[in-house]
Design a protein around this ligand. Sequence first.
Ligand code: OAD
Ligand code: ZN
Length: 260
Amino acid sequence: MGDDERAIERAVDLIGASNHAVVLVGAGLSAESGIPTFRGAGGLWTKVGEPSMNGYEQFLRDPIRWWEHQLSPEADPARTEFREAIDRAEPNAGHYALVSMEKLGVLKMTITQNVDNLHVRAGAVRLVEIHGNRTKVRCIGCEARWPREAFDYEELPPLCPECGSLVKGDTVMFGEPIPPSVIDACFRESAACDCMIVCGTSATVFPAASFPRMVKENGGTLIEVNPNPTPLSDMADVTLRGPTGELLPEVVKRLSYWTI
Ligand code: OAD
Ligand code: ZN
């Protein structure tokens, strides 16, 4: 048995023995669906620079301008290219492997930082989208959500029919608080979690990057699946070095034997 094989077996043992396994996902999971990551070679932020930290403040100050910018693709070609990659993308073997783990009953929750809707399209049910979902819009007052197409955007800014507050894209902007129900779910799941599988994230954006640390501090185990090292690698009990689209299906194959 090679080192990789042994690492997969150890991951399967940890997941199989857990009571509340949770996955934390980042952009790497969707890389094999053709969506560029944010950091590293070819990453969106590598190309265009990180967005300003006061993006949300700017939205609050001038929501009409923000919406006009959103609605005009020529305003921001690099982001438009990114959005088009998302629109073309299909879930990959990694997304489906996580859904299989959910169906086997071993995976209790997926916390994803991805906004690309691919978990939903792959069939995930137990899902928290900590950075939102770009196919949706959200009221900043009462947290109601609708599909993007629910508004016609003829009058800007769109306002919540329930409470009259501003409506923005559901994607969480830099400087924007994570919506309360979402952050509560993340902390609740991380507190209950005794085995966290960290997939395709650089683990550099907080609060998401704090969840695996929290699990570790509570005595839980950590499995990392990523072709590259991250600040979590030294903390991980098992590291699977490679693409999630290849390694997660290997884990699932063996978990299925474990759970029958
Ligand atoms: P990053 O771009 O920071 O990190 C992507 C990670 O994916 C890196 O660690 C890569 O090594 C890894 N990776 C690349 N290809 C992979 C593959 N095939 N399989 C598995 N892993 C692979 O993306 P995130 O960690 O998701 O926020 O970034 C976190 C947040 O920063 C994002 O949600 C986004 C961004 O600002 C918002 O949009 C609000
Ligand atoms: Zn509202």
